[in-house]
Design a protein around this ligand. Structure first.
Ligand code: G3H
Ligand code: 13P
Ligand code: ZN
Length: 314
């Protein structure tokens, strides 16, 4: 069942975070749905601009509606990750997406509000919801690059949400995208979340760049011929603390890519005579499902599916 993130956040707020997983292909889609249904978790499928152009946007949209038929128990949102205005409008008119992220975080405040508001008006008119972003994550976010963290200012967040009418807000608190997140003993700025929650009680917040980049996963990749050095991520033990401060959506992409890389490197290292993509895919799909289920336990969303279904039925 495709639902809006708003419906998922109403159940999650203050208790757990919903996993928002980026996928690009059929094998990830199958593993994602299997892992969420098996761990009884509501979830968010994230489709980025890059994912939409990797195969074709229609291929991804069709996979979402087909997965919905294959896994009738699944309760999920279909969300555009880091959209520009034109891509948001395309998704709003697709009939498949239930949520979009308009990422105008690189613009000055008033311009960000102006663009976000246009997307909010179009989305709300069609029953979709909108995530917006304020502050910059260090590194690359689709088309936007920043050399430094530009932390979200709580007073601006309050103003931004009230002016733009967005339904949730991605805040910059020190995470970044990709496998190389921290230098030194850098800490996440939970004080920013706390102050935003005080100013906007009950308003859903989003944490991007939240992959954990597990050391053992990277070691296995390197032992199977990879060369990933100096990688680090977010300690998953922080997820529930963030959830208490209003974070209802936690974005995970990189960790899933690492699972894909590890499975395929080990598979072909250990069975050099093999060449059938399905043989490797048969290992990847259940492994990705196990990864998703384990992540949902850390997010607190595992086991919440029946509660969410019951609330939606009311
Ligand atoms: O924000 C970044 C996400 O991890 C999506 O990455 O643009 O390479 O698909 P992508
Ligand atoms: P990671 O790179 O930490 O997985 O973050 C993904 C993300 O924030 C997608 O929007
Ligand atoms: Zn992101």
């Amino acid at each position: 069942m495709i639902v809006t993130t708003k419906e998922l956040f109403q159940q999650a707020y203050g208790k757990y975070a919903v996993g928002a997983y980026n996928i690009n292909n059929l094998e990830q889609t199958m593993g994602l749905f299997k892992g969420n249904v098996e761990s009884r978790a509501p979830f968010i499928v994230q489709l980025s601009k890059g994912a939409r152009s990797y195969s074709h946007k229609l291929m991804l949209e069709t996979m979402m509606t087909t997965a919905d038929r294959i896994f009738p128990e699944a309760v999920f949102a279909v969300h555009l990750d880091h959209g520009d205005e034109a891509t948001c409008m395309d998704c709003i008119n697709s009939g498949v997406y239930s949520s979009v992220l308009i990422d105008a975080s690189h613009e000055v405040l008033e311009k960000n509000i102006e663009i976000t508001k246009r997307v909010v008006d179009a989305a709300h008119a069609k029953g979709l919801v909108v995530e917006a972003e304020l502050g910059l994550l260090k590194g690359v976010e689709e088309d936007v690059e920043s050399d430094e963290h530009v932390y979200t200012k709580p007073e601006e967040a309050e103003y931004f949400v009230k002016q733009s009418g967005c339904d949730s807000l991605a805040c910059a608190i020190g995470t970044s995208h990709g496998a190389f997140k921290f230098s030194g003993d850098q800490k996440l700025r939970f004080d920013i979340l706390e102050e935003i929650q005080r100013r906007l009680p009950g308003f859903p917040l989003v944490m991007h760049g939240s992959s954990s980049v597990p050391k053992d996963e990277v070691a296995r990749i390197n032992a199977a011929g990879g060369n990933i050095q100096g990688a680090s991520g977010v300690d998953a033990a922080q997820f529930l603390g963030a959830a208490k401060l209003g974070v209802t959506k936690i974005n995970i992409d990189t960790d899933g890519r690492l699972v894909w890389c590890r499975v395929h490197r080990e598979f072909f290292r250990d069975q050099p005579e093999k060449f059938d993509l399905r043989d490797a895919g048969k290992v990847f799909i259940p492994e990705y499902a196990r990864f998703i289920a384990a992540k949902n336990v850390l997010l607190g969303s595992a086991g919440q599916l029946d509660v969410v279904r019951a609330a939606l039925a009311k």
